[in-house]
Design a protein around this ligand. Structure first.
Ligand code: ACM
Length: 263
């Protein structure tokens, strides 16, 4: 299966332009599953609630979801991408899953990071897994990586690939995902962004790039640079994620001892 990430450099608030930049680079590259960053088309550093409300969209009726469905149809691929979602009076930090057949679903970020807690409601979707035909995919967003329970919950539901839209500012995640993949025998696709935002007099945020695809045996199949946009596709063998046998005596998930774990 051919999967990829698009490491972007969005300009805050320029949703249409940011979307067009991605669309124009997809070309005829064969990619069955593409992951894009958290807040891929809006930018990240909101300065007040009004801005959040202005840039948040209904899912699936809003223009960003509809544009992504169109991209998925044109390129016959599945796309996972982050966006600010408006639902009733609430705004969520969400990621949509779309494919050639249309809208598949939405995940709302469970563990909000830093000032996201001022502007967004904690996600209430729970961790979800979608069958996209070739693979079962789960979604978590950026800081969710800090909680091993996120990837584990997706693996226990049968996720073979964890799609991980991100706007990373701390340095640890790209290396930590090696452990997330090893301890669950899953693939991960982390799509991060690059660049800096320093809006409304706030301290600047520098996004670390290093988008990556990691294998169930902890190999980094591809890792992007820290400072350039990049669209990369790699071939993966899903059998690696389906075989949970570590050796003849150890079966990764079956050997868990949940009775001894605190919840
Ligand atoms: C993050 O969760 N955007 C660091």
């Amino acid at each position: 299966m051919r999967v990829g990430y698009f490491q972007t450099h969005p300009e805050f608030g320029e949703v249409q332009r940011n979307l067009e930049q991605v669309a124009s680079r997809l070309g005829s590259v064969e990619c069955e599953l593409l992951v894009l960053p958290e807040f891929a088309f809006t930018g990240y550093q909101f300065v007040n609630q009004e801005e959040v409300i202005e840039l948040s969209e209904r899912v699936p009726d809003g223009p960003t979801t509809q544009a992504c469905i169109e991209l998925a149809r044109q390129h016959r691929m599945h796309v996972v991408v982050g966006l600010p979602e408006r639902a009733g009076e609430q705004c969520y930090n969400s990621a949509i899953v779309v494919g050639p057949s249309g809208f598949l679903g939405c995940y709302r970020k469970t563990h909000l990071f830093c000032e996201e807690t001022l502007f967004f409601s904690p996600g209430d979707s729970g961790f979800r897994v979608w069958d996209i035909g070739r693979a079962r995919i789960g979604v978590m967003i950026c800081f969710d990586w800090y909680y091993p329970e996120a990837a584990r919950t997706l693996a226990l539901q049968g996720a073979e690939i964890v799609c991980h839209p991100s706007n990373l500012v701390l340095p640890h995640c790209p290396d930590a995902m090696v452990t997330r993949c090893l301890e669950n025998r899953i693939f991960s696709i982390t799509a991060n962004r690059i660049g800096q935002e320093a809006r409304g007099g706030k301290p600047p945020l520098t996004f670390i790039g290093k988008s990556e695809v990691v294998s169930p045996t902890g190999h980094i199949l591809s890792r992007a640079s820290t400072d350039a946009p990049e669209f990369t596709v790699v071939a993966i063998d899903l059998d690696e994620a389906r075989n949970k046998s570590i050796n003849p005596y150890n079966e990764l998930l079956k050997d868990r001892r949940p009775g001894y774990y605190f919840s």
